[in-house]
Design a protein around this ligand. Structure first.
Ligand code: 5GP
Length: 259
């Protein structure tokens, strides 16, 4: 059997050539990294959960008119996507202070922000994805002014939709990271949402307990990362009810499991 051509391998995903021109296959790994890959590990089953969660979120965003690269899920770990030229900017949307914002500006984690904050980081692993201003984006032509307006509009719409979607299942959307790409159609290109949306790139806190249901469990050595990702999938209705998937109290679950 012919081996398919690998286009790119990232920290949590691999991209392969797709079955038709202009398509790629996005494979979700269980590998987890943090702090610019200084910390590495594996979260068993993460790839399967992220593939499913990302499919769900992209499909719903498509339903409200947000253009995106997702075509269809192929199997447990793979999805078919449109090939785009990735804009080299990570778009961070924040509703509540946490992570690097709290560290940088000395704002206590959990402080509600008076308005949604959008930040940009230049995508460069060697530089540690540094925070940049709109002026840097314009100065170095990482994207045009029109493209940046489209990105900002979409980021706000995505935040509004996802905040409601998660609030409906008792989860606070603290912050998240988006990536966008250029889809070429003849001589023209337009900006569409790319990459993935999953607990790897979002901060998701239980609304009543403030329990973290995202990759911070791995970053901060809190344990229970598999259970947290499962809990997000379960609340979104992506796992069968009952069974061992119901993990509302991560601490007691861990104690029971480790006995
Ligand atoms: P912070 O800047 O506070 O570390 O991250 C803000 C938000 O963006 C968090 O939800 C975090 O998960 C996400 N984020 C920032 N950089 C990355 C990255 O390189 N990879 C992933 N998966 N998420 C990121």
């Amino acid at each position: 059997m012919a081996r398919r051509r690998q286009i790119y391998e990232g920290k949590a995903k691999i991209l392969y050539e797709g079955p038709e021109p202009g398509t790629l296959i996005q494979y979700f790994k269980d590998d987890a990294t943090a702090f610019n890959a200084q910390k590495r590990g594996t979260i068993n089953g993460k790839g399967v959960l992220n593939n499913r969660i990302s499919e769900h979120v992209f499909t719903l965003l498509g339903n409200i008119g947000v253009p995106h690269h997702f075509i269809r899920r192929l199997n447990m770990r793979e999805q078919l996507i449109r090939q785009v030229e990735i804009v080299p900017i990570e778009v961070i949307v924040r509703n509540v202070a946490a992570g690097t914002l709290s560290k940088r500006l000395g704002i206590e984690e959990g402080t509600q922000l008076p308005r949604t904050l959008i930040e940009y980081c230049y995508k460069d692993d060697a530089l540690g994805d540094p925070l940049v201003a709109e002026e840097h984006i314009a100065c170095f032509s990482w994207c045009s002014q029109d493209e940046l307006h489209d990105i900002q509009d979409m980021a706000i719409r995505i935040n509004d939709f996802m905040s409601g979607m998660f609030a409906a299942v008792g989860i606070r959307l603290v912050d998240f990271k988006l990536e966008f790409g250029r889809l070429y159609e003849g001589d023209f290109s337009r900006i569409i949402l790319a990459d993935e949306i999953s607990p790897d790139g979002c901060r998701l806190w239980d609304m009543t307990t403030n329990e973290k249901l995202d990759k911070d469990r791995f970053r901060r050595d809190l344990g229970g990362e598999v259970e947290a990702y499962q809990e997000v999938a379960r609340r979104l209705g992506l796992l069968p009810e009952g069974g061992d998937h119901t993990v509302l109290d991560l601490d007691s679950h861990r104690k029971k499991r480790d006995k």
